[in-house]
Design a protein around this ligand. Sequence first.
Ligand code: SAH
Length: 461
Amino acid sequence: MKNFPMFLRMDGRRVVICGSGEDAARKARLVLKTEAAIRILGTDLDPELAGLVASGRADHHPTLTPATFDNAALTFIATGCPALDAALADHARRHGAVVNVVDRPDMCDAVTPSIVDRDPVVIAIGTEGAAPVLGRSIKTEIETMLSPRLGSFVALAGRLRDAVAQNIPHRQRRGFWEWAFNGEAFRAHLAGRERAAAEILKDAIAAGQAPAEKGHIALVGAGPGARDLLTLRAVQRLQQADVIFYDRLVDPEVLELARRDADRIYVGKDVGAHAIPQATIDRMIVNEALKGRRIVRLKSGDPSVFGRATEELEAAKAAGIETEIVPGITAASAAAASLQKPLTERGEIDTFAITTGQCRPGDAAPSRARLAHPGTAVALYMAVEKAEEVSRDMIAAGTPADCPVDIVASVSTRDERHAATTLGNLAQTIREEGLAYPAILFVRYPKSMAASAPAQQATAA
Ligand code: SAH
């Protein structure tokens, strides 16, 4: 480590910013987040710096005086003149200030990290100048993981520290804080119920202990595979979960976002093996939640699309367990995005239908007649193995055989594949290209095909 990370005390101290242009203004913006007094040294101030002086947030020394660096903890130097920068750096150091010269790492005592600010929680990221761009993308990743409300909750907890010390016996204090930063109060605060969160904490302090945790089941959409297609809420639920039940189609990349010590339980079906019956899955998730644990039932795509969410919700409700659905990006949306073909199209496609190639054993296939209308795009799920039947039924119902069909397999994963064909040639294309589960079949019957439809049907026949 060439640089050692430390947090500098800023309250009651001063930061001197030497310079009057945009670089100086940028550093001033950073220092404004702190409690330090700000002094600006320079003439012809940029309007932003002049505004700071006018508002009283900063004071102004047009030229260097013996008092300029009094009580300075830190100085940023950005005069634009190398000789002046060097002279000011010497001067500042003699007064005990830590020196940062903008864009001159060789002249710096300290460099500014990328900062994730959830004051009082502050995360600093540095790469010792080796990869500043990477530093910024790490910052973005952490930004998305931490709720914007985190800081105000931590500040509240900080205000309650003395009360906790007085009321919660020493041996239980660690457990209390673990509950405070993971439990009901924290979740209420993150959901915007700040007053309720404070009350939950204060009630627990008054009772001298953290209350027993209530179980909770979240049906969480994992999206089509790629982990950056998860929602921020899904990531948060994964990080709060004690137990995660996941399916075959959930990408391992996504599971990595969970807390390291969460239990991960696979409830999918391997090729050729029997699936765990849905009733067993319902029982497993409910039993875990009844132990007071936080359950995430992670489902590919959106839990509300062919996700058997109703069964699991009903089982939870029957056991009196609180539930939540976190929506996800369904495979059809991801496939349309990958093809760069929107699901609807002004003037051509005014109806978008989601349907399936297979239903419960014994149930009749879904009506394909409803889909055979100009202006309709159909996304078929679970239909690869039923392609023959699907295209036969759709053509019989009046969809032209030369309607374009896109097949998108394993969208957003390393195995993603596309093929373009027509409804009439669908099954043959799937066979020839060796396309397999999971795939979305898009059948498009645009309005402009309607006029010539009878001729096309004749061709198909
Ligand atoms: N809830 C899921 C659908 C589950 S049903 C969702 O909203 O996407 C399983 C079917 O989803 C598969 O047969 C396939 O048609 C589709 N599917 C799921 N993931 C897919 C992927 N990555 N690429 C293509 N199709 C996918």
